[in-house]
Design a protein around this ligand. Structure first.
Ligand code: TXA
Ligand code: MG
Length: 349
């Protein structure tokens, strides 16, 4: 299949591109589009066949449910059976934005979309192109991250094209995304509500609005006996081709350890990648050193992470060392994705 790729400027939206995207979605096809978190692979969320195509294009296991994207609160009651008080408050504060909530699904949502579950994940993105595409596509657009299953989520249209060109009808190229890690997921079917995936809307931010919020314990330091509550979190995601180790400790010790390891690996003939920060960048002596962002603004680290993992794939490094990050605020999302990419291989120095 030929994939149509169309650039679009969110400040000067080309209506023809939006119309075309909407038409493809309504006809049951697949359209990738930018959101503020990562690029999504859109399909009609109420069409079982479209869900099948989504799983096939991504090579994703079909027990891993999709998030239904809406552009306006008036669409929510159609697809859920109940909107708990906490969800109303959270939606008022954080929608549109990088947050997904889990509800009991109504009959309108096919099991193909929810991976067989009686619950449905719903998100209202703030990205203007996403909102226009959702409305043009009929109002209910399922959108997993637009990557091949197992690869880092795409933060640019080029990343999407790398993975899905020839497998989907269209890519709407709205440039690089803003946040760079996927939405926070909050399960509001339980009391107190539980975070199933950390993202830019943090536990502290949610607790400010609704009081106590719990966190699925498997998210950061999982023990192998407990299965994560969001089915997708059990897979080794975001995995680079090289083996990745996350190094934790005092900054000076971390740099020293990585320098020593890098030297040894290079002596053995391996290519080594290093995920460094603006603060440490110049302290590394060898290896393929890339700066993911600055610790002074951790949002830069979130937005740089997936792109860097893809660059190391392209550079064909054998081993990657990354500095660890603090697990507060957006840091919990960063460490959650980084540790998943590392298959939870963490070195304490
Ligand atoms: O930021 C995002 O959320 C992006 C953009 C495109 O909106 N989408 C995204 O979708 O990250 P995906 O499919 O890559 O991740 C969806 C996650 C998976 O871990 C899945 O298991 C979980 O949401 N999920 C979906 N429905 C669920 C449900 N009913 N119960 C529990 N977890 C659910
Ligand atoms: Mg994903």
């Amino acid at each position: 299949m030929d994939t149509i790729i169309k650039k679009i400027d969110k400040k000067q939206m080309n209506r023809e591109v939006i119309r075309k995207a909407g038409q493809i979605l309504k006809e049951g096809g697949l359209v990738a589009f930018p959101t503020e978190t990562v690029y999504g692979l859109g399909a009609n969320a109420l069409d079982e066949e479209a869900a099948k195509k989504t799983y096939a294009a991504k090579g994703r296991p079909s027990d891993n449910p999709l998030i239904v994207h809406i552009a306006d609160m008036s669409y929510l009651p159609e697809i859920v059976t109940e909107i708990p008080e906490a969800a109303v408050k959270v939606a008022e504060r954080f929608w549109p934005g990088p947050l997904t909530m889990i509800f009991h699904k109504s009959e309108r949502v096919p099991y193909g979309t929810t991976g067989g579950l009686d619950t449905v994940a719903v998100r209202m993105p703030s990205h203007e192109i996403a909102r226009e595409v959702i409305l043009a596509g009929g109002g209910y657009v399922s959108a997993p991250s637009a990557n091949t299953s197992g690869r880092p989520s795409p933060t640019t249209a080029e990343h999407v094209a790398e993975d899905l060109c020839g497998k989907i009808e269209m890519i709407v190229d709205g440039g690089a995304v803003d946040i760079g890690v996927e939405s926070s997921i909050l399960d509001v079917t339980v009391t107190p509500p539980m975070i199933l995936r950390p993202g830019a809307v943090t536990k502290e931010m949610l607790e400010d609005v609704i009081g106590e919020v719990t966190v699925d314990k498997t998210l950061i330091r999982p023990d192998s006996r407990t299965v994560p509550k969001a089915p997708g979190m059990k897979y080794r995601h975001y995995a680079p081709k090289a083996s990745l180790s996350v190094v934790e400790g005092e900054p000076k010790d971390v740099v020293e350890f990585i320098n020593r390891q890098t030297k040894e690996q290079i002596a053995k003939g391996c290519r080594v990648g290093i995920i460094a920060t603006a603060e440490t960048m110049n302290q590394y002596r060898s290896g393929d050193v890339k700066c993911v962002g600055t610790r002074a603004d951790e949002m830069t680290i979130a937005s740089g992470l997936f792109g860097i993992l893809r660059e190391f794939d392209a550079d064909e490094v054998d081993v990657i060392y990354s500095e660890a990050f603090r697990e507060e605020g957006i840091g919990s999302a960063i460490m959650n994705r980084l540790l998943k990419a590392a298959g939870h291989h963490i070195v304490k120095v």
